[in-house]
Design a protein. Structure first.
Length: 186
């Protein structure tokens, strides 16, 4: 913890700062609002019990890979991250449903297959039983296909935006204040 003198010195030094001076520093600083804004919006995607650490690592990996330079690219990246997270969630739901059905069929397996049954056969039987009595597996597949399309479309749009960077290199980037404007802000 900082001493009072260190805190006072930090405040005085902070007052002297006029922000980044070099073009590189200004560009890096202008991305702060995008990165932190992306964090806040994506945080609402998590359900109780989901790993915040894993989600943040996924988000960091996407940001490091795609390196959005403005709000438009950040929004496309957000769509990609959310679609991927929802797809991972669906895969977990599917595994949980099959495991629950397998547990429910435990007595059936013990009575019917006295000599034993492989784990794979148990899972296949559980999936088959689950599929026959419910629309859930079909719904999961439909949702997964929808999320894959959503991810692919967002990725294609991001790539299109990234290619546009080259043709727009002569255009000056907006200043930090303009980038902070939010739609419908009052």
């Amino acid at each position: 913890m900082a001493t009072r003198n260190q805190q006072r010195a930090a405040r005085l030094n902070g007052r002297l700062s006029r922000g980044p001076i070099t073009p590189e520093g200004k560009a890096r600083s202008s991305l702060n609002s995008i990165t932190h804004g992306l964090n806040a919006r994506l945080e609402s995607t998590l359900l109780d019990g989901e790993s915040r650490e894993f989600f943040h690592q996924l988000q960091a990996d996407f940001i490091a890979r795609y390196q959005p330079i403005d709000r438009v690219e950040a929004e496309q990246l957000q769509d990609m991250i959310v679609a991927r997270w929802h797809l991972l969630r669906l895969l977990n739901f599917e595994a949980s449903l099959i495991n629950q059905e397998k547990s429910r069929l435990r007595e059936y397996f013990e009575q019917t297959f006295q000599s034993g049954i492989s784990r794979g056969d148990k899972l296949a039987t559980a999936y088959h039983t689950l599929s026959n009595g419910s629309a859930t597996p079909a719904q999961l597949l439909r949702h997964a296909a929808h999320l894959e399309r959503k991810y692919k479309n967002a990725s294609l749009e991001f790539d299109r935006l990234k290619r546009m960077r080259v043709t727009e290199c002569e255009i000056e980037p907006a200043d930090a204040e303009t980038q902070l404007l939010l739609p419908f802000a009052g």
